[in-house]
Design a protein around this ligand. Structure first.
Ligand code: ATP
Length: 215
């Protein structure tokens, strides 16, 4: 079986060091052949993003161009319906056959997994790879805990041998960075340097993103 492919879904409004370090740590710890960034169009679990899909896509592309092993997959942006992860994974599964797929997410997302659309089917299509995030302990509610007890593994070989079905916690340094924090920083006229790639900061400045008041 060929090396697993990583998928990192997000609103990326804007993309930042927390996303990018997570992608790199997953790639290195699990030997992923690539990590595809999947900007979502209409996020099902949160408010409408501040910036238009074309800006979030442009920023993801700039970040991917600056990071070896990262690519951007636009499929969710091309849909007019909510970006349900299960739909995306099923589509990718049809394209990629039995190749292992690793859907990567932060601990905050994993803790509320049982609120995701058809969450019990996600592991039929992919492995779940979870990165630690400040403020979020691996303390799960009963439903998520039961899933973790049944599917959790620390063995990277199992991720390579099966197309889907395991949950792997990354061993990653926690970076206290969020898109909200960066939007606030820019709105307040402060410098977000080192929280995100310089090329993305330049793009935000050129396009005048995140300067308006919050509605
Ligand atoms: P916002 O502040 O707007 O809510 P965010 O910073 O959480 O955004 P998203 O685009 O919503 O960014 O996150 C996409 C994915 O990346 C999610 O699975 C999230 O848990 C994960 N993620 C975001 N920031 C970090 C971080 N600092 N460390 C680890 N994972 C992160």
């Amino acid at each position: 079986m060929t090396s697993p492919i990583g998928l990192l879904g997000g609103t990326f409004d804007p993309i930042h060091a927390g996303h990018l370090r997570t992608a790199i740590q997953a790639q290195e710890q699990l030997g992923l052949s690539e990590v595809r960034l999947l900007p979502n169009h209409i996020p099902p679990h949160r408010a409408t993003p501040d910036s238009a899909p074309r800006h979030r896509l442009a920023m993801a592309r700039l970040a991917a161009a600056a990071t070896p092993g990262l690519t951007v997959d636009e499929r969710e942006l091309n849909r007019t319906t909510p970006s349900y992860t299960i739909d995306t994974l099923m589509e990718l599964r049809r394209e990629l056959g039995r190749r292992p797929l690793c859907f990567i997410m932060g601990m905050d997302s994993f803790c509320s997994l049982d609120r995701w659309h058809r969450w019990q089917e996600l592991l039929d299509q992919a492995h779940l790879v979870v990165s630690h995030r400040p403020g979020w302990q691996p303390e799960f509610n009963d439903a998520v805990n039961e899933l973790f007890q049944r599917h959790g593994t620390r063995d990277r070989e199992r991720i390579h041998r099966a197309p889907a079905g395991h949950i792997f916690l990354l061993d990653n340094p926690e970076l206290d960075v969020s898109s909200t924090q960066i939007r606030d920083c820019i709105r307040n006229g402060n410098n977000p340097q080192y929280l995100l790639p310089d090329a993305v900061t330049d793009y935000i400045r050129q396009q005048g993103l995140y300067t308006g008041s919050v509605v």
